[in-house]
Ligand binder design. Structure first.
Ligand code: ASP
Length: 298
């Protein structure tokens, strides 16, 4: 995250926090709260989700999202959708209105349209900043196979990850998580990352924890990192430690970079990243905070 984007990120996560909190304060569910928080960030061009996402190799926006409810383990996911402004809304519809869990591409868009979610043009999701970013990237990396998350040196932590995610605990003691992304810059069309895969980029189970991850998706999915972290919480570790351990594991095992937010049904929270920065915000009945660096406990 470059210096000149820090304020926009903090504003963005604070707006998302406010939207999620409004739901919870009104007696709403954790599931509704994470959906509303993620919608705000999808609508905010600062982030790699919804409009303003990174472009794939063909200059198109291709989006993935997952939402999961900890009390029932119901989940809904969409992958590689190109005509939805808010993929998390479609994911939520799948969770609540379909016997299936995951739809991709045209089938996902058809399902969304049939359930009252309007489709848009792919061009509506593309912004000039990203056209320029892709052009620059392709100029510097004429090798068509390169993508932003597999840099020549995977120790290059200056690469950016801008997926959005939210975790929440409601008044009934239920937790939920949601994640949404445009994926990686210059990705191959049809490439799916970790974000919308259950247990990789997102997970929620009242018996363990809710978690959402960001970062280089291929390493994260190999470790099924969100579930790995939730399992550590279930085994008795605090979310703040589990989040940090997840980042250590990601680096040590597969040389990956990213970040994670974790919340257990007791309201204990973990935020960690092994990139220089990750925007985060949280609110409890006692406390509220936001920032772009987090390596200590909340
Ligand atoms: N995890 C996402 C992906 O690989 C990217 C990100 O977090 O920014 O698709």
């Amino acid at each position: 995250m470059p210096d000149d984007m820090v304020d926009a990120h903090i504003r963005g996560v604070r707006n998302a926090l406010a939207a999620g909190w409004r739901v919870l304060a009104g007696g709403g569910s954790a599931l509704d709260a994470v959906e509303e928080a993620v919608v705000i960030m999808e609508d905010d061009e600062t982030f790699d989700a919804g409009r303003g996402s990174f472009l794939n190799r063909d200059g198109r926006v291709q989006l993935d999202s997952l939402i999961m409810e900890g009390s029932t383990l119901r989940a809904g996911g969409v992958g590689c959708v190109e005509h939805l402004r808010n993929p998390v809304r479609a994911a939520r519809k799948i969770l609540s209105a379909s016997p299936h869990v995951y739809f991709v591409g045209e089938g996902a868009e058809k399902f969304a349209a049939q359930h009252g979610i309007p489709l848009c043009q792919n061009e509506d999701l593309v912004i000039p900043r990203e056209v320029e970013r892709l052009r620059e990237y392709q100029k510097q990396h004429p090798d068509k196979m390169a993508d932003m998350f597999a840099p020549p040196s995977s120790d290059d932590v200056t690469i950016s990850h801008d997926t959005v995610g939210a975790v929440a605990l409601d008044g009934k003691g239920n937790i939920a998580a949601a994640t949404s992304t445009g994926g990686t810059l210059n990705k191959a069309p049809g490439r799916l990352g970790d974000s919308s895969l259950i247990g990789c980029g997102c997970y929620a189970d009242n018996l363990s924890a809710a978690a959402s991850t960001t970062g280089w998706g291929e390493p994260i999915m190999k470790l099924v990192l969100a579930k790995w972290t939730a399992d550590r919480v279930a085994a008795g570790n605090l979310p703040e430690w589990s989040a940090q351990e997840a980042m250590n594991y990601l680096k040590q095992r597969v040389n990956g970079h990213g970040g994670i937010i974790v919340l257990d049904p007791e309201g204990r929270l973990g935020i960690a990243h092994n990139t220089p920065r990750m925007a985060w915000a949280y609110k409890t009945t006692q406390k509220e905070d936001a920032g772009v660096e987090r390596n200590a406990s909340p």
